[in-house]
Design a protein around this ligand. Sequence first.
Ligand code: MV4
Length: 504
Amino acid sequence: MNKIRKVLIANRGEIAVRVLRTCREMGIRTVAVYSEADRTALHTRLADESYCVGPPPAGESYLQQDTILKIARQADVDAIHPGYGFLSENPVFAEKVEKTGLVFIGPPASAMRIMGDKTEARKAMQKAGVPIVPGTAEPLSSVEQATKTAAQVGYPVLLKAAAGGGGKGMRIVESEKDMASSFRSASSEAQSAFGDGRVYIEKYLEQPRHIEFQVFADQHGNAIHLGERECSIQRRHQKVIEEAPSAILDPEMRTKMGEAAVKAALACGYTNAGTIEFLVDKHRNFYFLEMNTRLQVEHPVTEMVTGLDLVRLQLDIAAGAKLPLGQQDVRLNGHALECRIYAEDPSNNFLPSIGKITHLDKPDGPGVREDSGITSGDEISLYYDPMISKLVVWADTREHAIERMRRALSEYRILGVATTIPFCAWVIDHKRFRQADFDTHFVKEEFFDKEDQQLNSLSETELHAAAIAATIHFEETQQKFSAPLDGHTASSPWRQRGWKEKAR
Ligand code: MV4
């Protein structure tokens, strides 16, 4: 056992605050790092000690590996928690941390390397007997080879970057005539995005749901899963709403997918927290997609239904402890939803919205948890990810969780910047969301091109009109949730600053 007494959190915003909180509960001292833009940020203030890592751009601060390691040594910490994003899935950094004699709170670099290369990951899964989407596990060396493979797999196929993930370097190929140009453009996009132009082929699944399993493995060969999260509600690969459990899984399918997820983790020598992403087709077949080798943004919904603190589990496992529970001890209770709140303007094509948060009323009350790194007076800049908060609710059933989320969203007032709160409310109110009748195309189909199913066929004006419709819907439905002050909805944040004002 490596006793962990002091931890450096190499991150900012809500996740830095989240990790700090568990450290404090465990009696572990905390060290924050902050950029010049985050001098007065919540994570900077909550930590026992805080050190400046550099100027506002992340490349000059939160991504400065050697500066962070120097601070870690100076502050005499035992371990580094990377959060998500930034250095969290960088095997070079994980190795440097260990070489410095510190504990990296995450998986070994070797597991990150396997899962970071999608073709290596597919080979490992094939070998372990985890179902993968039909296609190749080797990068394609030529257009001819791509054409031959696609004919075997059957069109439509998807060309994906070996170094990819998150949608970059992907091309749907509908028929053989498009293969040559798609192969070249996917490869050159991958080359410029990742410095690695290798691409491979998968059968294109038409209407998949994204369902991922939380796994944990200790350093003694034990691994468990903590059930699934459904993350199909996303906009351009940016998740909007997540939930646990998925409305379409039954206990039998959960057991099967969970066993596959545990096998996947063990196959790459994994330890600590990880997520196995699956695509599920309309016949309920499931396929391994990729593994995320970090604690994820949406981990709170798993915490709500399992009653576990995932950051505490991470810290204990990193210190060398055995998993404190076996698979038979994992109980899923009730239903949790998470809305991600972005400082983006839904009525202006989700343009990042910057400025000072002039007023902040956070939702609260039964079953509500708000994980955020912001306080009133904070300046939202363009330097970092626009996600400013996560609103999480728990209730006994999915229906009650939906009602609770709607209530919590109606209490949430963020003034000074535009946010995606009304967009979340629009999704929550949607009949298809309520019926759990959706797939990964939900937002594109229902928000952007309801009238015309052609992908991206709407003009800027039409997109704008759709977004305004959603905002008006929010404003109208808000009435039944907020007590009338003077006979109309005087308390709607959209009265004070909304799409009308954005026209300036
Ligand atoms: C797919 C797919 C359909 N078929 N692979 C998107 C990001 C990257 N992580 C993998 N992605 C997809 N891979 C096959 N063979 C559809 C997607 C996809 C998607 C996946 C999960 C969540 C949202 C998505 C949105 C669009 C496309």
